[in-house]
Design a protein around this ligand. Structure first.
Ligand code: ADP
Ligand code: CDP
Length: 222
């Protein structure tokens, strides 16, 4: 059966970068499930849905057509045919995505899409998010839980935003928001961020990207 590599962890632990590189190296598809929650949130904000009202979010969440392109060489995400890869990384979406992701109807819909992506992957998939190993792919071939100190994670995120040219006030606000988002993601009732009992724990605080990519590639090839 096709390979499924499930990678979970908090923001800035290295999930996206590492998962994409491992997928490219092994010829597997790549799925950034955080981008799907962000795309859903972007659509809610663009359509004036009150994202702090879980019932309104639950009713609206069946409407947007969210499509993930899973080529590791160039992953894409569209909502109703529109490329949203830029705007979903902005501060407005980042501030609200945890609230939207906590709504069970949203998760049910996106989990179904995620399993569909995996079933259509030619050779297998590396899927990253918060609940890949615990909920979406309980029988994954390999499960990894990436962590890093909160300081390392917020420094990495800040460096990334600085490279994108965001102003310092926005960067500071987004770094502060990272801790709040982790707490929200870890304490919600549906699919909280937790390490699955059979997931390999990798602390990336003191590791280079190449070291983390090598470690996970070795786990899959084993
Ligand atoms: P996540 O998907 O978990 O939020 P990312 O893959 O987006 O994390 O990584 C956040 C930032 O940190 C990126 O700019 C990435 O290049 C950098 N990064 C990730 N892992 C490491 C590492 N081990 N060492 C140095 N920088 C890293
Ligand atoms: O990029 P970053 O690590 O900051 O976050 P992300 O992976 O893009 O995910 C954004 C948000 O989506 C998270 O803070 C979670 O609230 C939610 N998410 C989730 O609930 N379940 C997933 N499998 C992936 C993301």
């Amino acid at each position: 059966s096709p390979v499924v590599v499930a990678i979970d962890g908090p923001s800035g632990s290295g999930k996206s970068t590492v998962s994409r590189a491992v997928a490219a190296r092994l010829g597997l598809s790549f799925l950034d499930t955080g981008a799907m929650y962000r795309a859903m949130t972007w659509w809610m904000l663009a359509n004036d849905v009150d994202v702090d009202d879980p019932e309104a979010v639950a009713i609206a969440c069946t409407k947007p057509v969210i499509v993930s392109g899973t080529d590791a060489a160039g992953p894409t995400i569209t909502v109703d045919g529109q490329d949203v890869s830029g705007p979903i990384r902005g501060p407005e979406v980042t501030a609200k995505v945890s609230a939207v992701a906590a709504v069970p109807a949203v998760r049910a819909r996106l989990v179904e899409l995620q399993r569909g992506c995996a079933s259509h992957a030619a050779r297998g998939i590396v899927a990253e998010g918060r609940d890949m190993g615990s909920v979406v792919f309980p029988d994954a071939t390999v499960k990894v839980f990436l962590t890093a100190s909160e300081q390392a994670r917020s420094e990495r995120r800040a460096a990334e935003l600085r490279a994108k040219g965001l102003d310092e006030a926005t960067i500071t606000a987004m770094a502060a928001d990272l801790a709040r988002r982790d707490a929200a993601d870890s304490s919600r009732e549906t699919a909280p961020l937790t390490r699955a009992a059979d997931a390999e724990l990798v602390d990336t605080s003191e590791l280079t990207l190449d070291q983390v990519i090598g470690t996970i590639t070795a786990l899959v090839e084993d």
